[in-house]
Design a protein around this ligand. Structure first.
Ligand SMILES: Cc1ncc(COP(=O)(O)O)c(C=O)c1O
Length: 377
């Protein structure tokens, strides 16, 4: 059955009750192999698995793409998609504020295949246009980007790339397919860390890529099958459980994050807040053009000595000090505290940053926790 609303896709698409004895939750096909392939087409879980295919159907529909393929982590999806787009001697263009793991892959791993990357600030089309070389085969985007939540104009960059025969990939983890659909704006491949909002419970490490069926079939048949970073059926099942509640979780994350962003923006001990949902964000209008909502991850620059800031955030009650984001729980992390200008430039951040992932606890509890921490700085 077809579903046009995203809530219905999350709740029902592909959960074929008649196929699974009326079970409201499809079973986990926790098996490595399938016999009698001629009867159903399944052979081996590294190639395909019925539980994983249900998630892939949901993610493809949510992303408004023809197909999706799931991977064992976000980095597995990202590295596979990049390897699909480049060949020996290729040149890549990427915003400097891209996720650290992706930057690591582009900077430290790909040069062994003579693949070189130019990092650009990312907020103007001209930056990308100027960086294009005859061997540019990939423009890799992440909008909003990590830590600073800077945007790139996805539609304009997709058009620029298409005119030059360059592939585009966009990491859509922050916005989720509920609030942004890069494929509909002309991007060739979307990648996700499903370990964040799609999973939503901080109990599954997973990734996904979506795009045209022809590209996705090549990606699954080559990079996924050969590197073997396929999602395991139990993770697929957990991811399905997460996706069912994605719309309600995201509206709560958005509501509470907006309150936190406004609170921080008005606070005398905060110099600057980075959140695309605030009208003060320098690319607010671009956000309105290409996104339909905002999520729960934001950052700010507190005014104070780095060691006091670190001490204060480590003493928070609800915001636990730790990496990652996108789960039910609130988290806090610092970046570049006390670092030299050279280091923060390399990270693409202006100075010491505090990043918060606003979870599903009561918004008042979270604001009190922030006030308490700021009062200590
Ligand atoms: C924006 C973004 N993309 C990709 C990843 C990598 O995903 P994973 O940790 O699932 O490999 C992360 C992880 O933090 C991320 O923040």
């Amino acid at each position: 059955m077809d579903y046009k609303n995203k809530e219905d896709i999350c709740a029902h698409l592909g959960d074929d009750y008649s196929r699974f004895l009326g079970a409201i939750v499809p079973p986990i096909f926790q098996t490595t192999l399938f016999t009698n392939t001629d009867k159903h087409g399944y052979v081996y879980t590294r190639v395909s698995n019925p539980t994983t295919e249900i998630v892939e159907g949901k993610i493809a529909a949510l992303e408004e793409g023809e197909a999706a393929k799931c991977f064992s982590s976000g980095m597995a999806a990202i590295s596979a998609a990049i390897m699909r787009a480049v060949r020996t001697g290729s040149h890549v263009i990427c915003p400097i504020t891209v996720y650290g793991g992706t930057k690591h892959f582009l900077t430290d791993y790909l040069p062994r295949f003579q693949v070189e990357t130019t990092f650009v600030p990312g907020d103007s089309i001209e930056d990308f246009e100027r960086a294009i070389r005859p061997n540019t085969h990939l423009i890799y985007l992440e909008s909003p980007s990590s830590n600073l939540f800077a945007l790139q104009d996805l539609q304009a960059l997709a058009q620029l790339a298409r005119e030059r025969g360059i592939t585009t990939i966009a990491d859509n983890t922050w916005a989720t397919p509920l609030y942004q659909n890069p494929l509909a704006l002309g991007i060739d491949m979307v990648v996700h860390s499903a370990s964040k909002y799609l999973g939503g419970h901080s109990d599954v490490t997973a990734g996904a890529a979506a795009g045209k069926s022809s590209i996705m079939n090549e990606l699954a048949g080559q990079e996924r099958q050969l590197y073997g970073a396929v999602m395991d059926p139990h993770s697929s099942w957990l991811l399905l459980r997460g996706i069912r509640t994605l719309p309600v979780r995201m509206s709560q994350h958005q509501e509470s994050a907006m309150k936190a962003a406004r609170f921080l923006e008005a606070h005398p001990k905060v110099e600057r807040v980075f959140y695309p949902g605030l009208p003060s964000h320098p690319q607010y209008d671009l956000g309105l053009k290409q996104m339909t909502g905002y999520t729960g991850l934001l950052s700010f620059m507190p005014i104070g000595r780095p060691e006091r800031i670190i001490e204060a955030v480590k003493s928070m009650r609800y915001f636990q000090f730790g990496p990652s984001w996108g789960g039910f729980e609130s988290l806090v992390m610092t970046y570049g505290m006390g670092a030299s200008k050279e280091e923060t430039d390399r990270m693409g951040i202006p100075g010491g940053l505090v990043r918060i992932s606003v979870g599903l606890e009561h918004a008042e509890s979270l604001l009190e926790d922030l006030e308490h921490a700021l009062s200590k700085i």
